[in-house]
Design a protein around this ligand. Structure first.
Ligand code: CTP
Ligand code: MG
Length: 385
């Protein structure tokens, strides 16, 4: 099957979860809920494109969550799930895919077999949705007094999940026609439009992360994944210019020359930031702070390191150790080594025992030997769960 586009709805705020991050951006073992969800669809052989519908307020979270994934620009959603779905569908109008799957970003455990069941059913039906039979007895309970008023016959009741699959034109028209009626899923819109909706087998694991308990449950499911150790390396060189001080590892050092560069030219922090970004697979300093942008001119390089720290935190990743080699004839590094170590430890919020700074010369050989600048090499180990 071809020509199937997926809309991943991720514009909600996750208000039922007590976390500073919207639930789709919470890291589960180092990878956000949204990234986990998107990766499953991207790796499915019959899906042409994955579009993510996000909130404008979450642009930065989004950018960080999807680094390295091949996705078109995000679509901005609305105040309700229903509005977000309609905005997503309307965005696809020009492209007119044959089939569309609409999926909650908050269901990161969807699997290819379930997606296949929905897709296969779409060949003969206009709408197909995954569902699971109710396992528990279903009772109507009076909300105020918490007293039972009725026991339902559960055999006719199913819990419905996503991805919900539709023929694009029909679901787009239905969503537009019934935009004023409040519903909680896309199949309810299809029902209003009189489309026949087939139910295929969902699965228990494809639950929607809705409450704090669900976040804990999701983490437990993944807890058998051992942290992965990654190594990152960085290298940077800055030439000397006239001046009377320079910065290394965030420490100001009086010297008869300064370092030339776009920012404050802290060559050690630049190499270290690259090592941390490299270890996480997130490109390099230039990816996150383009040097053609004037706002980084003369910037305190600690902001680069803080950004790397923030990205580590977002992925639930931790630094194992850092090893830095500063290569220059002058200045002498030894007298400043302790201050440099504690400056980096403070910025990265790690124990200074995890940081090693050493220095060497090139025995007067080459540009470093001629005292034309300073080079720094940095390595870091990172644990990502
Ligand atoms: N969603 C959306 N746009 C909205 C509201 C929800 O795209 N305005 C998305 C959510 O990001 C989520 C999915 O729809 O992936 C299912 O909605 P729900 O579980 O209700 O998520 P939230 O609305 O974020 O959570 P809550 O209702 O607890 O605030
Ligand atoms: Mg909601």
């Amino acid at each position: 099957m071809t020509d199937c586009t997926v809309l991943v709805l991720a514009a909600g705020t996750g208000s039922r979860i007590n976390n500073s991050l919207p639930k789709q951006y919470i890291p589960l073992n180092g990878k956000t809920v949204l990234r986990r969800t998107v990766e499953i669809f991207l790796s499915h052989p019959h899906i042409t494109t994955v579009h993510v519908v996000i909130s404008k307020e979450h642009k930065t979270f989004y950018r960080n969550a999807i680094v390295g994934l091949d996705l078109p620009s995000p679509i901005y959603g609305g105040d309700t799930r229903q509005q977000s779905a309609l905005k997503g569908l309307t965005h696809l109008w020009k492209k007119q895919p044959k089939y569309v799957l609409i999926h909650d970003a908050a269901r990161p455990f969807v699997d290819h077999k379930l997606i296949d069941r929905v897709l296969n059913k779409l060949v003969t039906c206009k709408a197909a949705i995954p569902g699971i039979r109710l396992a528990d007895t279903l009772k109507r309970v009076h909300s105020e007094g918490r007293s039972v008023t009725f026991t339902m016959d559960r055999k006719d009741f199913w819990c419905i999940q996503t991805p919900q699959g539709f023929h694009y034109q029909e679901i787009h028209a239905a969503h537009a026609d019934f935009a004023n009626e409040e519903v909680s899923d896309d199949a309810a819109i299809a029902e209003r439009a009189g489309l026949e909706i087939a139910v295929v087998d969902g699965n228990e694991q494809n639950f929607k992360i809705t409450t704090d308990n669900d976040v804990e449950h999701a983490k437990k499911l993944l807890s058998n994944d051992h942290p992965e150790t990654r190594i990152g390396s960085g290298f940077d060189v800055h030439p000397f210019r006239e001046g009377d001080h320079l910065f290394l590892c965030g420490v100001k050092i009086d010297h008869d020359k300064a370092l030339k560069g776009h920012s404050d030219a802290d060559v050690a922090i630049h190499a270290l930031t690259d090592a941390l970004l490299g270890g996480m697979g997130l490109g390099d300093i230039g990816t996150h702070f383009p040097s053609e942008e004037d706002r980084w001119k003369g910037a305190n390089s600690k902001i680069f390191l803080e950004k790397a720290k923030h990205l580590l935190l977002e992925r639930g990743a931790k630094i194992g150790n850092i090893d830095i080699t500063i290569i220059c004839e002058t200045p002498k590094i030894n007298p400043h080594r302790e201050r440099m170590t504690s400056s980096l430890a403070t910025t990265l919020d790690i124990d200074s025992s995890r940081i090693n700074i050493k220095a060497t010369t090139t025995e007067k050989l080459g540009f470093l030997g001629r005292g034309e600048g300073i080079a720094v090499q940095a390595s870091a180990t990172i644990y990502i769960k």
